[in-house]
Design a protein around this ligand. Sequence first.
Ligand SMILES: CC(C)(COP(=O)(O)OP(=O)(O)OC[C@H]1O[C@@H](n2cnc3c(N)ncnc32)[C@H](O)[C@@H]1OP(=O)(O)O)[C@@H](O)C(=O)NCCC(=O)NCCS
Length: 173
Amino acid sequence: MEVKTPTDSKTIVTDLVLPSETNPINNLFGGELLARMDRAASIAARRHSRRIVVTASVNHVAFNKAVPLGSVVTVEAKVSRTFKTSMEIVIDVWIEDRESGRCLKANEAIYTFVAVDEMGNPVPVPKVKPETDLEKERYEAALRRKQLSLVLAKKMNPEDATELKALFFKNSK
Ligand SMILES: CC(C)(COP(=O)(O)OP(=O)(O)OC[C@H]1O[C@@H](n2cnc3c(N)ncnc32)[C@H](O)[C@@H]1OP(=O)(O)O)[C@@H](O)C(=O)NCCC(=O)NCCS
């Protein structure tokens, strides 16, 4: 099966923050940002696999900075690593400064998508070849994140989570 780079799946979605999407102190609702990230991630997963994709888990979300009403928000999603049928998608969220036009990192998230057939059964996806230092770093850490997600979902025995154990105990692999 063809090997793809994270750039092959890169998806950029830019949109405004409207009044109906904000909380009482005029910042973007967390749920609205989650939905924007989910949509961008699903397009990235689809571009990588060219299959139907479903969200399997949200592995990590950090709402580091509030996003004020009227902001121009850019959500950038890329497939960082794949396994047999699942894909890890890393999402970076940027706010564009109105005067300078510079983009400031506001938030980030990591989602897992699974490629499925018309019956909803998981199907294999292409592997990822990371290119930049950041892509290589994210690729390396993805197995650890997958194991953590599976352990928390009670789909993996903690004893089998070799990458997680190696984080805490030397010589445990
Ligand atoms: C995601 C889904 C297809 C997984 O199906 P499943 O029967 O658990 O299939 P498998 O056990 O073969 O898992 C498929 C892959 O998903 C991965 N996976 C399943 N649950 C996971 C989790 N919580 N975290 C990370 N990966 C997970 C498995 O490790 C496997 O990956 P791999 O093939 O790359 O090794 C199924 O649970 C599903 O359809 N869920 C609903 C999806 C959906 O509707 N999302 C929108 C929510 S509204």
